[in-house]
Design a protein around this ligand. Sequence first.
Ligand code: NOJ
Ligand code: MG
Length: 562
Amino acid sequence: MTHVEPAEHDLPTVEGNAGLAPRGERPWWRDAVVYQVYPRSFSDSDGDGLGDIRGIRDRLAHLVDLGVDAVWLSPFYPSPLLDGGYDVADPRDVDPRLGTVDELRGLTEDCHRLGLKIFVDIVPNHFSWDHEWFQAAKATAPGSPEWSRFHAVRGKGADGTEPPNDWQSAFGGPAWSPIEGHPGWWYLHIFDASQPDVNWDNPEIHADYEKTLRFWFDMGVDGFRIDVAHGLVKEPGYPDAGTAPGFDEVLAGAPQEYSPMWDQPGVHDIWREWRRVADGYSPDRAYVGEAWVSTPERQADYTRPDELHTTFNFHFLKTWWAAERIREVVGLSLLASAAVGAPCTWVLSNHDVWRPVTRFAPHLRDGTLDLAEGRRRALALSLVSLGLPGSAYLYQGEELGLPEVLDIADGDRQDPTFFRTQGENKGRDGCRIPIPWSGSSAPYGFTTGTPHLPMPEGWEPLTVEAQKADPASTFHVYKRALAVRRAREAMGDGLMRWLDLGDDDVVAFERPGDEPVTVVLNVADADRIVAVDGEILVECGGVARQADGVLVLPPSSAAWIG
Ligand code: NOJ
Ligand code: MG
């Protein structure tokens, strides 16, 4: 039993979702810890240097050992790979380099046998330019039924030689490209030119995506991760965006302003339609939406009861190493999601952002990054995120404490951001380096061939093999935390109560219940001593109890006490 004495001056506040059925009786997606697999960089079974479905099946034991509840697969669809597979040429098939539909069915069955749920990615804002519908459009003139599935718009000026408006692609450069053979006409792509936006005013698009949802639901997948859920609907008439913040500015925290490209009210009708599809299936299917909007309240709009089940909480992902910011973003997130009855989600990492070890690493005097400190901070923050009410996401390699790989030769880069900004923005390849499984040098058991992105030297201590053998490794901290999370009813969705342990640099909260758990984090660069009774269930950074009973939190440490 935990006994906590909060400071008298500060009444604890309770946040989160109250009145839930016990875990196991409520929907699984309210509590799930979901592990993101980026298939081409997870595990390669056939030596072609690209991870594949067989490779994932061969390595599922790692996820079971780690103790996650679900797997989310980033796109595995046929694709020219001009945006890491988010340029989908056929959403109801598997890239032959990665496997077959039968193999995907086999993976789904394996997951279910092992007690794992499985999410797959769906990309409803755009197709690849290799998709048969875009190929068909290109064979016709703008104005055709084929072009009405996309946004084909006349350019500005008498001869239309200027793009229709000032919209910028999220990857840099204009969001419009000329339609070959039809001077004066342009098509819209809010990402790469190889990703033409589909037109959601066209009922064929609705019908086709419903077909895709049903195709994979019928095969048995448990849910979809929905790409750019805030991007599908564009303001009619395509008005200039003017000073409205672009995708990257919202990512950087720009305040909410009206944008004709993003977060348009019409997207919510689509999510209501999709929710009805999911609700027709049993057992429970779920959606997690990717919506980079600028406030937790706008994000919560996507998880109203008749819309998406969950969304990624990117406000938490964007937090920095400061106790007051962590408290603020957690509080605002819980408040906004509880207002619509949705579970919060906690995300620190994915295939689009710098790995947290590098993000949280402070600069040393000589200008280099202190990755050891970054690793301590990232891990400590993970114990916070896994301890908060709701569902949580881990991106492959996060459980190994992998750093961002910064020194990739320009010639090896794949991210369209790199090309569309003429190398100014290096892009996201550094968090997509294949997983080191074993051995002492690259490619560390990922492949018997040449990995599609080069793997660095020096990763021997980071391999799965090395970390499993070392009880003090990052992997084992995650594994212990996930085991406690599973064993304790207080964890997962529900309520939390802030605790004031008398020190601003210590973030502390309790998960109430028959067996309550207290989560503590020290963001200071000196030891902190706190009064929390109970057993240390899991810790990182060297949290220990002294002989006189006080709990010592070293710098950048965290623990669960209960
Ligand atoms: C978000 C995905 O996470 C990202 O990787 C991709 O480039 C864009 N959407 C476009 O699909
Ligand atoms: Mg392969």
